[in-house]
Every structure is written in C-alpha cells, then in structure tokens.
Design a protein around this ligand. Structure first.
Ligand code: ADP
Ligand code: MG
Length: 370
C-alpha cells in the first residue's frame, strides 16, 4: 500500500479480515494505516529504494491517494511489479486538465474550463467562460485546497497571484442542484460493479455528509452510473474508483475522478453487504466481484477536527443510537478540518436517518484533552 492515511487503514482492515498481509509505505510514523498493517516502511513516496523494497516484498501494489509521485508507480511497473490501478490511470487523474479532456473524450459533460499558465491566459479564460468561476491548481489539490472562488476580474487577478508559479485551471462555477458520486469497482477481466449513488454535501470544499440513496430521479441515477462505467472502462481501471458529479436539472457534469476508494463510499462499510474496500481488495487480487446491495437507507457524517482540542467528547451518548456505526482513524491531532473519523446511521427510512445523523453530529465536540 502506497500511502498510510485512513483510506489505507480501512483497506487494510478489510484485507486483514480476508487473510491478507499488508505492508504500507508512508513517511509518517504510526500512520493510520501503519497502526493496522503488518508492517510500515517509513519513507517518502519518492524514495526509490523504499519503493523498490515495497514492490519486491508484495504480490500486488496499490495506492490510497492519487498524489503519489507518478514516477514511483512507473518505476515499480518497469521492475515488473503489478500495480493496480496502473500508472496510466494515475497520469490522467492527477491532472485536472487531462482529466476533464479525458471525460469529454468519453462523451460525458464537464463544466467549461481552460488551462491558465499566465495573466493573458487568465483574461482569455474569464472572457470566454465568465463569472463566477473557480481557479484551481492543476495538480496536488484535495479537500478544497488549492482553489479560489472568484466573482470578478479583480478577484481573478488576485487569485492568480496567490496561485502563481504552478499550472492552474479556470472553471465555470456551476450552480448545481445536487452533487452526487458513483463509487465503482472494475476487475482485470473487465467485470464491473457499482455502489448505490451517494448524494454529497460539502462544507467549504470538504465532504460533510453523504446521503444514500441520493435524492435524484431514476434517470439521473441511470445516467451517472452509465457515465461511471464508460469512464472506468476507457481508463482501464483495476480496483475501486469514484466519479464525482454535479447535477443540474436533467444534466450531469463530471467534477472529478478519484482512482481509489473514496470518502463518499464509506457508508458501504456498514450499509451494503460488500464494502468499497473489500471490492478493491477483490479486484486487485483477481477475486470475483458481486453487486452491492443497500441494506437500509443511510447517512454518513464526517468527523472533522476544529482545532479546539484533540479529545472527542460525546462518544458514549453517540453510541446509544442502535443503528449508528462509529469509525475513528487513530489520528492523535485534530487539526482544523482534518478528517478524524466518520459515522454512518442506518434507519428504516432516509428521513429518519437524516434526523438521527444530525442528532449525532450535534453530540460530538472537540475539547482539550482531559
Ligand atoms: P477536491 O479535489 O478538493 O475534492 P473538487 O474539485 O472536487 O476538489 O472541489 C471541491 C468542492 O468544491 C466540490 O465538491 C464542489 O462542492 C465545489 N466545487 C468545485 N468546483 C466547482 C465548480 N466548478 N462549480 C461549483 N462548485 C464547485
Ligand atoms: Mg472532490
């Protein structure tokens, strides 16, 4: 496993349940994944010796976040190691421009966009696309980092100066009705499955809540699932991936592709009979895939740090809800907006799950350690 965060941790827990052994590579000592893996190689992701060592000791290599240096994955492939998904998937999804061009090449809509490498290109971009817009770094962004929402020429120029030096993309800001995502898994034999479509609520660029099933029409469900299948096939992904969409009326627009398990699929640990993590492990190990079945309507709530302390208050009260499953990631410091854990509420109806999820959210508070 390249990467030691919570996604790696949940992948590892599922892999361990299935009897596999896991070695993770991450620079941080006692990483969320390292705590549960058989072993952790403590090294930078671009340390050639450490990456080669991981490859030599593994039957199959995977990754849990898309900002792993492409060269590290390519080096493993050149040594004849099996890496899933392959480096060509990473190459497309690490680059917002390449990704959007790729999506359009699949016949699926995206918002209007333009590459911005200098002030002249920015003028051309907002002249064509208009305001409001979002200026983003082409590479390396996540959880809303490296993004500037801009309403006019002055704000656009200011954003450019803040993000200058790195390639940027200017996107039309879409006034969408809903955001949804499809988590899907594809095997090396081309077999593919998809998880129930999730409706996602973000707070300043960070996922706050996922609602399953998404409150959209059957037509939208069909469209996003079809788009996710085509994109996965054309990319040749082996493993679990996620496509985020904006929905406006009956139109769908791909926002981005994650070549990995995804926060909006965490409900599957508790709400479907197979999780996105198990599906990924099965796919990369050439085991059969089965279609996920939603056991009950569910709502997933992210537990984010607030900077007010590292002690999470309210857990005993939270756990009195009989349909609630709590997942904490083993991180010791609850920095502002850091993903510390999540919980999923399963209920007989979606309305009830929504109410109980909000009750749960209000119970939890970060305080100084006692
Ligand atoms: P990240 O890699 O940080 O997840 P995203 O491009 O998915 O970056 O942006 C995070 C969130 O910001 C999106 O889920 C959406 O809520 C909002 N957002 C991003 N781009 C746009 C856009 N072009 N129009 C409207 N909202 C956007
Ligand atoms: Mg996103």
């Amino acid at each position: 496993m390249l990467g030691g965060g919570q996604l790696g941790r949940m992948l590892t827990l599922e892999a361990k349940r299935m009897g596999f052994r896991v070695i993770t590579l991450d620079p941080v000592v006692d990483s969320p994944c390292g705590q549960v893996a058989d072993e952790q190689i403590i090294a930078e992701y671009d340390d050639p010796q450490a990456v080669a060592d991981l490859g030599a000791r593994s039957d199959v290599v995977t990754y849990e976040f898309e900002n792993i240096p492409l060269a590290s994955v390519q080096a493993l492939e050149e040594e004849g190691r099996i890496v899933r998904p392959a480096s060509r998937v990473l190459a497309v999804t690490q680059d917002r421009l390449a990704e959007k061009r790729f999506v359009r090449g699949c016949g699926v809509m995206t918002v209007e966009f333009a590459g911005v490498a200098c002030a002249e290109e920015l003028e051309a971009a907002f002249t064509r696309i208009g305001f409001p817009g979002v200026l983003k770094t082409v590479r390396g962004g996540y959880d809303g980092k490296g993004q500037w929402f801009v309403r006019d020429v002055d704000e656009a120029r200011k954003a450019l100066s803040q993000g200058s030096g790195v390639p940027l993309i200017y996107e039309q800001f879409l006034h969408f009705d809903r955001e949804v995502s499809v988590v899907a898994t594809r095997g090396a034999d081309g077999a593919s499955i998809a998880f129930p479509v999730s409706e996602n609520l973000h707070d300043r660029g960070v996922l706050a809540t996922s609602i399953i099933p998404a409150r959209v029409s059957p037509l939208i469900i069909e469209r996003v699932r079809a788009a996710a299948r085509v994109i996965g096939e054309r990319l040749g992904v082996v493993g679990t991936y996620c496509i985020e969409f904006f929905v406006r009326g009956e139109e769908i627009f791909v926002n981005e592709i994650a070549p990995r398990v995804h926060n909006s699929g965490h409900f599957s640990l508790d709400a479907t009979q197979i999780s996105q993590f198990e599906a990924h492990i099965r796919a990369i190990c050439d085991l059969p895939l089965v279609e996920p079945e939603l056991l009950r309507p569910s709502v997933m709530v992210n537990i984010l740090g607030t900077g007010e302390g590292d002690h999470l208050d309210g857990i005993p009260r939270l756990l009195t809800d009989p349909g609630l499953k709590l997942h904490l990631y083993g991180k010791t410091h609850a920095a502002v907006r850091r993903k510390m854990g999540h919980f999923t509420v399963l209920a007989p109806t979606l309305d009830e799950a929504l109410v109980r999820a909000e009750v749960g959210r209000k119970i939890l508070h970060w305080t100084a350690a006692t």
